[in-house]
Design a protein. Structure first.
Length: 90
């Protein structure tokens, strides 16, 4: 699942109160996150995604998870043009 710092929820106006918490398995152990269902729009496609928000997540970047995102999009790399692209899966 995708995992973001809670500042992202605040910036987007996503309320975290009343959301269910879940323990997520991470490389360095388990991490508790509040899980929210959010509508995302990517490549003109709108879809619901579950995103975990955690104050204990200390990385300086947010993680896009396989669930809900990568099961809808393929990613390709074009090294010669130094591009990364998304393809909507049918």
């Amino acid at each position: 699942m995708s995992l973001f710092r809670p500042e992202i929820a605040k910036a987007l106006g996503i309320p975290l109160n009343g959301n269910q918490s879940q323990a997520l398995n991470m490389v360095k152990g388990r991490l508790k996150a509040l899980i929210c269902q959010v509508d995302l729009e990517v490549a003109h496609t709108i879809f619901p995604a579950f995103i975990g928000f955690s104050e204990k997540y200390s990385a300086s970047f947010n993680i896009i998870g396989r669930k809900d995102f990568f099961d809808r999009f393929g990613v390709y790399f074009d090294e010669s043009k130094r591009r990364i692209g998304l393809v909507v899966k049918k």
